[in-house]
Write a protein that binds this ligand. Structure first.
Ligand SMILES: Cc1cc2nc3c(=O)[nH]c(=O)nc-3n(C[C@H](O)[C@H](O)[C@H](O)COP(=O)(O)OP(=O)(O)OC[C@H]3O[C@@H](n4cnc5c(N)ncnc54)[C@H](O)[C@@H]3O)c2cc1C
Length: 619
């Protein structure tokens, strides 16, 4: 449910310097298998995600026990509407959460934390997402991206011993990357860290914007520019991560920001004026800051989809009662087709979203694959689906959907908070990488293999080297390319999935088609493909649907195997897949036939002022 932009600005129109810095922060090669990376290459590696990962029994019990305590605490001590009204999380709530160990959920037991698995941690975030967005953000900004995660991944043993026990007990932390001038494109950041005393310390100067938990944090991970280095004869910007403590002189909280929703979060502008930070406060090493942010976000990013699942489950619960009780035009509104279809879609999508989050969390716990793409897709898909679902819930509640819970309660009705949920949810499409940036990031990774080749062929280099590259490519593509046309994805493939088999066959066929289309796009547009954002976005959306369909089918099959008489998971997965296939078809059609160029032209003319006449008649 939290914050922080994605450190890539891939495939954009940014300055070459920014691209070089962000490219250097990428993982150069996939060292571990990735289901999504393979999907984009026309390979359906079901072995990476099936059988659907089942949570280990001991881990499940541990999770259940903690969720039970959390539920009781939330019901007894946390009033989400009061937090929304006052804009404050009361001190007794923060202390109670700290006593429960909530600030150290992911911190290993050896360092004083609860040592929960990612699966259990994300279940807690889901629980919070169903109840109070502000509380969810307090905890997840601290743990998904704040100091614990980068320290656990990249901290020295000394740093871990010094900070993790404190952080587990409730010392709040934050992550500061964004600045007024840099959001999606942090490579251009202006905050500097200048070495002093022969490199024994760094002096930090600059300003960070929208830092969640920033106003109350004792420890902040701050990204800053350190002196550039020369790589291959060229100067390269270095961004480094520092552990900055509030007690350090020159650290100032300049402003607490107020937003449309999430009224209870603490988020603000932080200023650093000649803050002296000892060199042993650097995490991972000089110049590793953007890479650190990226890797931290890979696992941390699943918190947003987990919270989104909680929110959509709550919507479903509200709809179940409301659409039965509310009668208009001679019957319950849930019997009217226009409402019923929305509720059906809500249920099927919630099931699929949860399958995706469960799968992604299990993949993080297993540590056997690269989950960067899966996490990015989960964030993109679930934040957008959740927004649509909450919007539908508001619509189905009618006028009451627009009324605050407080006002509903005051006039004697049930205080159903869909209005607050809508306000709290909107930010998820912006933080930790906007939807647009997520699509570009996913496309960048999906096209990596093809684009590296194109780059070598048309980039600088001798003719002999290019010829060699062309021959090697010809050999590779001579095998790969025909395979994208000639394959068998008909019956009896995936027959063990019964009613869902045809959907998995569709996934397999479409994966080949997607791979072909990406390859054709790379050959046709070459490096200019970076600017075809709509084309790439459609192909990414197709890939996302295929991933979610696979997760939904796999989970449904696993559930039915446990309880064969209960077919409802299959019903939900089936409807989800049918809806997803329609969206896939629309996106694939859109690749060939669209109005992108015409609308782009209009947009440029809007910007140049040609349509100012259209703005007449307004205040
Ligand atoms: C409530 C809240 C909490 C936050 N918490 C934190 C935090 O804890 N730490 C932190 O560091 N930051 C935090 N942020 C910042 C957040 O991560 C940024 O708002 C986000 O990354 C987007 O940056 P921006 O707002 O500057 O948008 P911009 O980067 O200015 O983008 C504006 C619009 O342009 C689009 N756009 C930009 N570049 C491209 C491109 N190349 N191609 C296509 N479209 C593009 C974007 O998608 C967006 O729609 C928070 C923000 C909010 C509002």
């Amino acid at each position: 449910m939290t914050t922080a932009t994605h450190p890539h600005m891939p495939l954009g129109r940014g300055a070459p310097e920014a691209l070089e810095v962000t490219e250097a922060a990428r993982e150069a090669e996939w060292t571990l298998p990735s289901f999504v990376a393979d999907l984009f290459m026309g390979r359906l590696r079901t072995d990476l995600v099936m059988p659907f990962p089942e949570q280990d029994e001991a881990d499940r019990r541990e999770g259940e026990a903690f969720l039970g305590k959390m539920t009781t605490f939330l019901k007894e001590h946390v009033d989400p509407d009061e937090i929304d009204r006052t804009g404050e999380l009361p001190a007794h709530v923060i202390q109670g959460l700290a006593r429960l160990g909530c600030f150290g959920m992911k911190i290993p037991k050896a360092y004083g934390g609860l040592g929960l698995s990612h699966t259990n941690y994300n279940r807690v975030i889901q629980l919070l997402g169903s109840y109070c967005g502000s509380t969810a953000v307090w905890l997840s900004a601290h743990q998904s991206i704040g100091a614990p995660q980068p320290l656990m991944l990249f901290g020295t043993e000394e740093q871990k011993r010094k900070y993790l026990p404190r952080l587990a007990q409730g010392t709040i932390s934050a992550f500061a990357l964004t600045e007024p001038g840099v959001g999606s494109d942090p490579a251009h950041m202006l905050t500097t860290a200048t070495p002093v005393d022969g490199g024994e310390a760094y002096v930090l100067n600059g300003e960070k914007l929208w830092c969640t938990n920033g106003p109350v944090a004792e420890v902040v991970v701050v990204m800053a520019r350190t002196p550039s280095v020369t790589v291959g004869g060229k100067e390269r910007t270095q961004i480094t991560a520092f552990l900055v403590e509030k007690r350090m002189s020159g650290f100032e909280v300049a402003h607490r920001c107020d937003f449309m929703g999430l009224k209870g979060i603490q988020n603000g502008v932080l200023k650093f004026r000649n803050v002296r930070v000892p060199k042993d406060h650097i995490i991972w090493g000089l110049g590793q800051g953007l890479k650190l942010a990226l890797i931290t976000l890979n696992a941390g990013r699943i918190a947003i989809p987990a919270g989104s699942v909680g929110t959509t489950k709550r919507c479903l619960q509200i709809m179940r009662t409301w659409a039965k009780e509310r009668k208009q035009w001679g019957g319950p509104i849930g019997k009217h087709e226009a409402v019923a279809v929305k509720i059906g879609e809500m249920a099927a999508t919630t099931f699929a979203m949860e399958a995706l989050v469960d799968l992604a969390s299990a993949l993080v716990d297993r540590k056997s694959g690269d989950i960067g793409l899966e996490a990015a897709m989960a964030k993109l898909y679930c934040s957008e689906a959740c927004w649509r679902i909450v919007d539908d819930a508001v619509q189905i509640r009618g006028g009451r959907g627009y009324e605050t819970a407080r006002s509903l309660r005051a006039r004697g009705e049930a205080a159903i908070p869909v209005e607050r949920m809508l306000r709290d949810t909107r930010i998820n499409l912006i933080i930790e990488g906007t939807s647009q940036i997520m699509r570009l990031f996913i496309a960048r990774e999906a096209l990596d293999a093809h684009m590296r080749l194109v780059g070598r062929l048309i980039g600088p280099g001798s003719l002999a080297a290019k010829l060699q590259t062309a021959l090697a490519a010809a050999a590779r593509y001579a095998i790969w390319y025909p395979r994208q046309w000639v394959y068998w994805a008909g019956w009896p493939r995936h027959a063990r999935f019964g009613r869902l088999a045809s959907h998995l066959r569709f996934v397999e066929r479409t994966s080949h088609r997607l791979a072909r289309m990406l390859f054709h796009a790379a050959v046709r547009h070459q490096t200019g493909l970076a600017k075809r954002q709509q084309l790439l976005g459609r192909l990414v959306d197709v890939g996302s649907e295929l991933l979610v369909m696979t997760a939904a089918c796999a989970k449904a099959q696993a559930l039915v195997r446990l309880q064969p008489s209960e077919q409802s998971p299959v019903d939900l997965a089936d409807v989800f897949c049918r809806l997803a296939r329609r969206r896939v078809a629309a996106n694939l059609r859109g690749v060939r036939r669209n109005e992108d160029r015409a609308t782009y032209r209009i947009a440029q003319e809007v910007l140049s002022g040609r349509f100012t006449w259209l703005e007449s008649g307004i205040v």
